[in-house]
Write a protein that binds this ligand. Structure first.
Ligand code: FAD
Length: 106
């Protein structure tokens, strides 16, 4: 449905933007905050089937929060898992920072 897609696009924008501004060398507190945020996010995401699958993904693919690169790549791979599930093309994760930090036009 259209609202699941609008919600999804907006949410990926938020999540990849968080990755793009996450420190290259995060403190233990920053790492813990991101883990907590993503854990709660996966429970509260208001598309219930999406949230259920994303929680299962997080149980299988442990979140990486050790640096901007770690989280950015983990998130790109998580997004690609959703892309694959939905029959969409996968995204080249060597380009995540160009897409979401340096920026290019969609
Ligand atoms: P989106 O997938 O929303 O992507 C937006 C933009 O991000 C793209 O245009 C591209 O520039 C960029 N991008 C694409 N892939 C990547 C990547 N791997 N890394 C970085 N950037 C990338 N929808 C469902 O129907 N069923 C689900 O189960 C479902 N689960 C979801 C789970 C989560 C956690 C989220 C956030 C969304 C979920 N969605 C789900 C929504 C779905 O992922 C899309 O957001 C929606 O279908 C709209 O897709 P889109 O083609 O506009 O691009």
């Amino acid at each position: 449905p259209a609202d699941v897609e609008t919600l999804g696009r907006s949410t990926w924008t938020l999540l990849h933007s968080i990755a793009a501004t996450y420190p290259k060398a995060p403190s233990p507190a920053e790492q813990s905050d991101l883990k907590t945020f993503m854990g709660l996010f996966s429970k509260l995401y208001p598309c219930w089937v999406c949230a259920e699958d994303f929680q299962a993904y997080m149980a299988k693919e442990k979140i990486r929060v050790g640096s901007r690169d770690d989280f950015g790549l983990w998130l790109c791979q998580a997004h690609n898992a959703v892309n694959t599930k939905l029959g969409k093309d996968t995204f080249d994760c060597s380009k995540w920072e160009e897409r979401w930090r340096t920026g290019w036009k969609d």
